[in-house]
Design a protein around this ligand. Structure first.
Ligand code: B16
Ligand code: MG
Length: 218
């Protein structure tokens, strides 16, 4: 049996924190006198906090000073954290824990590759932290997805060759980052949206242990 590195994105793959990001960003936009849609929110997935705020301000036709920008970032995160505070293991998306357990049983490397600066805290809240050999998050990288830095950093720490790494991602920018890293990309979500991925599944309930075994033995 060969040893591969399985790298998981967090938001939209392990847990659905996208709904909390949306609530917090929307509250911020509303407080500035404008709103944005669910469709626009799709563009924020996998995108860093700074880039998200830049996009939202552009949607609302707002320009703010650097000082104000930083205050808005803090405000959004404080709001977001009030939602995260209440999270527990029930919020782990279906069959994610089962997949992690299967990979552990097969003695595969497991890493996190997320843009979120709150990733460690969220994994602690849902009680999954100890399943991960390596954590790379928004605190560790200078270049956001689609730049491959986040995934290459994880591979390096695991001393894994990029071609032996498999990435699970729900965001277009994340799939592009995995492809740019020379890794196998697995989209979690909509086939049309994630058409650049090597494989796409709606969620982990569609991923069989046979499929995972094939990836391991490739
Ligand atoms: P934070 P992922 C990303 O997480 C989210 O998809 C994105 O919406 C968010 O803006 C970003 O994390 C930063 O999050 O404000 O907590 O640092 O999908 O890369 O796990
Ligand atoms: Mg994501």
């Amino acid at each position: 049996m060969s040893k591969k590195a399985f790298i998981f994105d967090l938001d939209g793959v392990i847990v659905d924190t996208a709904k909390y990001h949306f609530l917090a960003w929307r509250k911020l936009a509303n407080s500035m006198g404008f709103d944005f849609t669910h469709e626009q929110n799709e563009q924020l997935k996998g995108v860093s906090r700074v880039k998200s705020l830049e996009k939202i301000l552009a949607w609302g036709n707002k320009s703010v000073s650097e000082d104000e920008f930083n205050k808005l970032m803090v405000q959004k995160n404080e709001d977001y954290l009030t939602y995260i505070e209440k999270m527990d293991a029930q919020e782990i998306l279906p069959d994610v824990a089962k997949t992690l357990d299967f990979l552990k049983e097969k003695e595969q490397h497991i890493a996190l590759g997320s843009a979120s600066k709150n990733a460690r805290m969220i994994l602690e809240k849902v009680n999954l932290l100890e399943k991960f050999d390596v954590l790379v998050d928004g605190n560790d990288v200078a270049n956001a997805k689609p730049n491959p830095e986040v995934f290459l950093n994880a591979a390096k720490q695991l001393q894994a060759n990029p071609k032996d790494c498999i990435v699970f991602e729900d965001a277009v920018a994340g799939i592009q980052a995995a492809n740019n890293a020379g890794m196998v990309s697995i989209g979690i979500g909509d086939k049309n949206t994630l058409h650049e991925a090597n494989y796409v599944f709606k969620n982990f309930t569609e991923i069989t242990t046979d499929f995972l075994s094939q990836l391991i033995d490739k």
